[in-house]
Design a protein around this ligand. Structure first.
Ligand code: DGY
Length: 437
C-alpha cells in the first residue's frame, strides 16, 4: 500500500469507530465530545461520501431529526447520555423554547451553517447521482427553512448578516477575538465541574474564567427561553462573524445550484438570490478592515469592528465574497502574517499578536476544517501555489502527528505537536477529501 492509501485506511478506521451504528451519527472524538455536533457532522459526511454513502446520509438525517419547528438546527444533539462532557442537556435545557425539538434534547445555540454546501459536496462526490439527488430532495427544504430562520430571527436590522450570541456558535470557541467582549462583562464565578480537562491537558483548553463567560451567556438566553428577539436586545455577546456568515453565503449559493438541478423551486431560488445579493454587499461594506487588509468580526452590541486577524478572516474566499483586488489583499495578508517559511499554514490567530498561543485551542493552532475551507477558497480564485501549500501542510501535520483536533503551526516543534482530542473525526474526514481531490 502507498502512504496515501495507508492514510486513507487509517482515516476510515477513525471515522468508522466514532460512528454509532445504532443511532446513526458520529462523535467528534471519544470522551471529550461524546454527542453529535452540528458543523462536525457536515464535515464528517463529506468524508463518508467518499466510501460509504449510507453513513453520510444517516449523519445528516440524525442532525436534521433534531431540527426545531422554527427551522433552527442546534449545535449539539444529545442522542445519548454521557457524563464525560460539561455542560450537558440538563444545563442547556433547550425545551425552554416553545418550538424546540420534542424528540431530542439539544443545546439552544447553533454552529456555522455548513449543511447547504455539504449537500452540494455530497452531490459532487457520490457516483450514483440519482440516489444522492433523491436524498437531497428529501432534505433540502429543511436546510432552506434553517436559512429562513437566520434571516428572519438573527438579523434584527435586516442587513443580510446573521448574528451569533455565543462564542460556541462561531465554531472558533475561545478565539482571542472574544477577549474584547469578555472585557465588557463581569459574570459571577460559577461552581461547575469541568470535564474537558480530564481528557486534555489544561494548557490546551480554555480557562475556568472563560467558562464563566460561556455559562453566563447561556444563563441569559435561558432566562429568556432562547428567544432570539430578547437575545438580540439583551445579550452582551452579539456578533456578526465573518466565518459564520461566509458559511451561510456559501450554503445559499449551494442551495440555489441544487434547487436549479431539482427544478420546480422558482420562489425559493428567487428568495435565496435576494438574501445572497444583500448579504454579500453588506459583508463587504461592514466586515472588511482596510488597515488590516482582512475581514474582521463586528461587535453588534457595541457597534464596532473587532480589529484582529484570524483564520476566519480569510474564509470569505470560500464563499466567493471578495472581488479580485480584495482577494489579492487577503492573500498578501495571509502570506505576510501567517505564511513565514518556518510555519505551517494556517494558524487560527495572528501569530504576531501578543494574544497568540500556539497550543491553546482556537488561540493559535492549525485546524484542518479551516484549512480545508481556505484550500478550496484559494483554489477557486486561482491561487494555486498557496492553496497547495495549505493542502500539503494539512496532510503533513496529520501524517507526522496523527488525527488530532488541532496542531502547532511552528515547524520547529517536531514532537507531540498534535493537540486536543485524538482520533478526531473531521480531521480524518477532510484528510480523505484532501487526498481524493
Ligand atoms: C466545547 O465544549 O469546547 C465545544 O467545542 C463546544 O462546542
Amino acid at each position: 500500500m502507498t502512504t496515501k492509501d495507508n492514510l486513507i485506511e487509517n482515516a476510515k478506521t477513525v471515522l468508522n469507530s466514532n460512528f454509532d451504528e445504532d443511532k446513526g451519527f458520529t462523535i467528534p472524538c471519544e470522551g471529550l465530545y461524546p454527542f453529535q455536533w452540528n458543523w462536525d457532522s457536515g464535515f464528517i459526511a463529506i468524508g463518508f461520501a467518499h466510501y460509504d454513502t449510507d453513513k453520510a446520509k444517516r449523519e445528516i438525517e440524525a442532525l436534521l431529526s433534531a431540527q426545531w419547528e422554527n427551522g433552527f438546527i442546534p449545535h449539539i444533539i444529545f442522542h445519548n447520555d454521557s457524563d464525560t462532557y460539561f455542560p450537558g442537556p440538563d444545563f442547556h435545557l433547550s425545551k425552554l423554547h416553545p418550538l424546540a425539538s420534542k424528540s431530542h434534547r439539544t443545546t439552544g445555540m447553533t454552529q456555522p451553517p455548513v449543511l447547504g454546501f455539504v449537500l452540494k459536496e455530497l452531490y459532487e462526490i457520490v457516483e450514483d447521482k440519482t440516489d444522492i439527488l433523491n436524498f437531497i430532495k428529501a432534505n433540502i427544504d429543511k436546510v432552506y427553512h434553517n436559512h429562513e430562520h437566520f434571516y428572519t430571527h438573527r438579523d434584527p436590522n435586516q442587513e443580510g448578516l446573521a448574528f451569533i450570541y455565543h462564542n460556541w456558535e462561531s465554531g472558533t470557541d475561545n478565539s482571542p477575538i472574544w477577549d474584547d467582549i469578555w472585557d465588557t462583562m463581569n459574570p459571577p464565578n460559577y461552581k461547575f465541574e469541568r470535564r474537558d480537562t480530564t481528557h486534555v491537558d489544561a494548557s490546551q483548553r480554555p480557562t475556568n474564567r472563560e467558562y464563566d463567560y460561556y455559562l453566563h451567556l447561556i444563563e441569559i438566553a435561558k432566562e429568556h427561553h432562547y428567544d432570539d428577539a430578547k437575545i438580540a436586545e439583551l445579550s452582551p455577546f452579539l456578533v456578526q462573524d465573518p466565518l459564520f456568515n461566509a458559511m451561510l453565503i456559501k450554503s445559499n449559493a449551494a442551495l440555489i445550484a441544487l434547487y436549479e438541478i431539482i427544478g420546480d423551486a422558482a420562489d425559493k431560488i428567487s428568495q435565496l438570490k435576494q438574501w445572497q445579493t444583500k448579504a454579500i454587499a453588506r459583508f463587504n461594506e461592514k466586515l472588511f478592515n482596510e488597515k488590516l487588509g482582512a475581514y474582521v468580526h463586528y461587535d453588534l452590541r457595541n457597534e464596532k469592528q473587532i480589529e484582529h486577524v484570524s483564520s476566519s478572516s480569510f474564509s470569505p474566499l470560500f464563499a466567493d465574497i471578495p472581488d479580485e483586488a480584495r482577494a489579492n489583499t487577503l492573500v498578501e495578508t495571509m502570506t505576510t502574517k501567517f505564511g513565514s517559511e518556518n510555519r505551517y499554514l494556517c494558524a487560527s490567530f495572528d501569530p504576531d499578536s501578543d494574544r497568540f498561543n500556539p497550543k491553546k485551542y482556537w488561540r493559535g493552532p492549525v485546524w484542518i476544517n479551516l484549512n480545508w475551507l481556505l484550500y478550496k477558497g484559494l483554489k477557486s480564485y486561482g491561487f494555486y501555489d498557496l492553496s497547495n501549500r495549505v493542502k500539503n501542510d494539512s496532510i503533513t501535520l496529520i501524517e507526522k502527528h496523527g488525527f488530532y483536533e488541532y496542531f502547532d503551526s511552528r515547524k520547529e516543534v517536531t514532537e507531540n505537536a498534535g493537540y486536543g482530542g485524538n482520533n478526531f473525526s473531521w480531521s480524518a474526514a477532510l484528510l480523505i477529501d484532501f487526498l481524493k481531490s
